[in-house]
Design a protein around this ligand. Sequence first.
Ligand SMILES: Cc1cc2nc3c(=O)[nH]c(=O)nc-3n(C[C@H](O)[C@H](O)[C@H](O)COP(=O)(O)OP(=O)(O)OC[C@H]3O[C@@H](n4cnc5c(N)ncnc54)[C@H](O)[C@@H]3O)c2cc1C
Ligand code: FES
Ligand code: FES
Length: 486
Amino acid sequence: MRDHLVFYINGKEQRVSGSQAFMPLSSYLRYVKQATGTKVVCEEGDCGACTVLIGRLKGEEVSYKPLNSCIQFLYQLDCSHIVTVEGLKVDGQLNAIQESMVDCHGAQCGYCTPGFIVAMQSIYDKSCEGPKTCEGKVTEQCVKDALTGNLCRCTGYESIIKAGMEVAANEMVSLHKLYPSAHMVETFKRQSKTPIYIEAEGRKFCNPIDVASAVEFKSKNPGTVIVSGGTDVCVNCNKRAYAPQSIMSLSNVEKMQELKVVDGVLHVCGKVTLTQLEEYVKDLIPELHRMLWVFGSPQIKNAGTLAGNIANASPIADTPPCLFVTNAEIGLTGTKGTRFVNMNNLYKGYKQLDMTADELISEIRIPIPKQDEVLKLYKVSKRKNLDISTFTAAMLMRKSGNKIESIRIAYGGVAAVILRLPKTEAFLTGKEISEDTFRAAGEIARGEITPISDVRGSSDFRYQLAENILLKFFHDFVSEKELACR
Ligand SMILES: Cc1cc2nc3c(=O)[nH]c(=O)nc-3n(C[C@H](O)[C@H](O)[C@H](O)COP(=O)(O)OP(=O)(O)OC[C@H]3O[C@@H](n4cnc5c(N)ncnc54)[C@H](O)[C@@H]3O)c2cc1C
Ligand code: FES
Ligand code: FES
């Protein structure tokens, strides 16, 4: 058993124990390591000023991703390599991205600049995961996609995007060259085999190495909070003074990493990140891929998990409606073994799950829509990217000729939990696929929801969306059918 975390910052090994283990990474960098290049603005994952690259073992190498250091706490970072903006310099000189930002006048006050530079590294560095180019070259869209999670409030984006496109790619030195992996790989392989337990100032942290020890710890320590990506939990810690007394990370539980297809069913283990899922379902479930593309930002998806999105139980979470209509099964592992709960039965009330104190989400099984099924997922938000949904919807229709053989509909943001619409589904079953049918269904859908008014939209707006989204589904279906016939 270890009583400390082991990780690296810009190539130097760090050992952290006691209360420091409960610090946000951004605070540790700035106040303990004096690495003040990493900036902090929002402390909730929205602005990207605190972006760092976090590398973890992947095969025989360390593979890097941009993440928000304000919502990564040290206890999440065992066996990782953190690279800050200071660590990108090559032989003490600015790297090609930093040079390009200077040349293109990409900074004014400069507060957001380190975050942008670190996020851009993922476009040009093969040591980093994530799409590098769009159709073989670094296009404007490609740079915009990589920078979705970075905000600038004074320069304006034109010069930043130009800087991103005009990097002298041939001069880039990869992180693998700057920080040869061999020693870190060996350390991570060795250290990740030892569980961690840290207790300080009345708080405890456990990092088990297998699922059995994880559920045992959870059962013996009621109220233990699992922190996976931390993109919900750590925001609460920063913004609502939430300080769970007992915390568990599953970062060294190897079994929770799997992502595979078995007999037409996608198996997503508890630790799989949203980025991994987005890439994996690109051709398998394109509609889910499209939805994940507008989910948060790269930094959020690189940390956040599907399990966390489900367990957080927000009625406006983006992935659950898809899981409702595909009849996904949620694998809950506890001291008595694993049981599977249909997604439609998981939520018992606002933020209440059919999950016992010792259980954790070990796996999510999603039946892949078949050839004769049409899946559509909708997210309505004020901004397209990096915004919380006002309303979400998922429809899975099986058709036979021009008839609806069956349809499942789920709406989010219209009640305390995500809802299926049984009356609307019953009305549509067996009907002809026509605009009139879906218009009439919209009126029934109105009667099945009880939306509230909040900062994101009025209840009237949501009632109208509940109607209109069914018409949109019909028109999307028709236009895709026409396209397929051409
Ligand atoms: C800037 C920003 C943008 C965001 N954008 C979106 C968005 O577009 N759409 C959206 O739906 N959400 C969004 N979110 C919310 C969040 O990113 C997602 O809910 C994410 O999926 C949470 O996953 P996580 O691994 O980070 O969860 P964590 O924060 O680690 O955990 C969330 C909850 O799940 C529990 N939990 C985690 N893993 C397990 C497990 N294996 N078993 C049991 N319980 C578990 C935790 O104990 C906690 O209660 C955003 C958040 C931020 C900060
Ligand atoms: S400070 Fe804004 S995302 Fe971290
Ligand atoms: S340069 Fe000032 S916020 Fe971006």
